[in-house]
Design a protein around this ligand. Structure first.
Ligand SMILES: *[C@@H]1O[C@H](CO)[C@@H](O)[C@H](O)[C@H]1NC(C)=O
Ligand SMILES: *[C@@H]1O[C@H](CO)[C@@H](O)[C@H](O)[C@H]1NC(C)=O
Ligand SMILES: *[C@@H]1O[C@H](CO)[C@@H](O)[C@H](O)[C@H]1NC(C)=O
Ligand SMILES: *[C@@H]1O[C@H](CO)[C@@H](O)[C@H](O)[C@H]1NC(C)=O
Ligand SMILES: *[C@@H]1O[C@H](CO)[C@@H](O)[C@H](O)[C@H]1NC(C)=O
Ligand SMILES: *[C@@H]1O[C@H](CO)[C@@H](O)[C@H](O)[C@H]1NC(C)=O
Ligand SMILES: [Cu+2]
Length: 359
């Protein structure tokens, strides 16, 4: 009993060694896997607990208040970090990797700072129905995500912005523009923006829904075309689209079908001021992960694109110098999460190592 024979010790050791070498190193093992689900598949109780966690984050102390004068809460840390980095993280090769890490840190903040036990929800194209069934234009504003009791509230009242020169790109079919009038975020304060401004500028949450734009940009054809890209470059160039309404696809489409001309989530800088930002970007991330899963051996290491905004192949305004990013490229997050200022693209390529998945 007390002394195992040498041979049984050897057997035990071999069994242990075999088991250990067969599984990934413990460093990568996930003790908890977050299962991210589509908003309308959550129970009402789960919807309310997510919304409560977001409101909780909007009351927690910030970590970047000494970097950005407008920051008041932990929620604002994310808004400010996005605003400050906007010109370095869009129309670059690390656009999708940066936003993957960003949404993950938000999900972790909800979980660790606000005791949220669920996962980051996402939206399948913000439509009433699954995109494979292509909801009609009429159904878009009635999507459960805009519900006042079990969603994020709806549109703002109509404001004619057709002659507003501060609007750079006018969105066809816009129906709102004013402050959100119902739901849990009707009284929330968007503390920074518009644009690059990082000073304290509290204002209401605005939305400016365009069901028409949604029908053009969030339909199944757009998603299928993106996923048919054979290389990351093909996939990513299509997903990022261009800066005109014609050239936008589901990234710009998701922002501007809700943000229109005047809505917060349509502001490329301050878009994380609308809590819906994180559901849209989780869906974008789901589609990237889905694209990767088609050929993991190749696609989990496939990255490309410029390190500089609006360089080739996003050279809409002419050619400028750049380098192509690689897996070793370090993405910058400032002081969003202490100790994680720089994150190499390599570390975010495989969501299974980040301990979340999509249902
Ligand atoms: C796993 O999740 C549970 C429930 O949310 C939590 O209590 C626990 O601390 C988590 N464990 C780790 C290692 O994150
Ligand atoms: C916008 O400008 C046009 C042309 O000047 C004018 O007819 C129209 O009334 C203006 N609309 C608003 C809302 O100011
Ligand atoms: C918003 O503020 C108004 C006025 O203070 C208050 O009556 C209402 O209950 C608040 N709504 C929410 C959802 O917090
Ligand atoms: C789907 O999107 C494509 C590309 O934007 C567009 O040309 C087409 O008209 C859309 N289909 C529907 C049914 O709206
Ligand atoms: C970046 O990669 C693309 C695609 O492989 C290539 O055409 C381009 O010349 C590269 N640019 C630089 C600066 O190396
Ligand atoms: C804000 O952005 C600037 C670049 O415009 C950068 O130098 C600075 O480090 C950033 N600050 C933080 C705290 O992220
Ligand atoms: Cu962004």
């Amino acid at each position: 009993m007390h002394f195992a024979s040498q041979s049984s010790i050897l057997t035990l050791f071999l069994a242990w060694f075999t088991a250990v070498s067969a599984v990934p190193s413990p460093r990568n093992a996930c003790s908890n896997v977050s299962v991210r689900k589509e908003w309308r598949t959550l129970s009402n109780a789960d919807k309310l607990s997510y919304i409560a966690a977001v409101k909780c984050l909007q009351g927690k102390p910030a970590t970047t208040a000494s970097d950005f004068s407008g920051v008041r809460t932990r929620f604002d840390d994310f808004l400010a970090t996005h605003i400050n980095n906007t010109n370095y993280i869009h129309f670059v090769g690390h656009f999708q990797p940066w936003h993957r890490w960003f949404v993950l840190q938000y999900e972790k903040a909800l979980q660790t700072t606000c005791g949220y036990t669920g996962a980051q929800p996402m939206l399948i194209n913000i439509r009433l129905l699954d995109w494979s069934q292509d909801a009609s234009e009429e159904l878009f504003p009635n999507s459960p995500v805009f519900d006042a009791s079990f969603g994020f509230g709806g549109n703002g009242p109509y404001i004619d912005s057709s002659n507003d020169t501060s609007v750079k790109v006018h969105i066809p079919g816009k129906t709102g523009g004013g402050c959100v009038e119902n739901g849990p975020f009707m009284n929330m304060s968007v503390n920074m923006g518009p644009g690059l401004s990082l000073t304290y500028n509290p204002r209401c949450l605005t939305r400016d829904l365009s069901p028409y734009f949604a029908s053009l940009k969030l339909n199944s054809t757009v998603v299928t075309t993106a996923l048919s890209g054979q290389t990351f470059r093909d996939f990513d160039v299509y997903v990022q689209g261009t800066v005109t309404t014609d050239g936008m696809t589901y990234h710009g489409g998701g922002h501007l079908s809700v943000g229109g001309d005047l809505g917060v989530v349509g502001d490329v800088y301050a878009s994380p001021g609308d809590p819906l930002f994180y559901l849209h970007h989780a869906n974008m991330d789901r589609l990237w992960a889905k694209w990767e899963a088609v050929d993991p051996e190749k696609r989990l290491c496939d990255i490309s694109g410029p390190d500089t905004q609006f360089a080739y192949p996003f050279n809409f305004f002419g050619d400028i110098p750049y380098k192509n990013v690689t897996l070793a490229y370090d993405m910058f997050f400032g002081n969003l999460v202490p100790g994680m200022t720089w994150v190499p693209i390599r570390d975010v390529m495989d969501i299974s190592t980040l301990c979340y998945t999509y249902a």
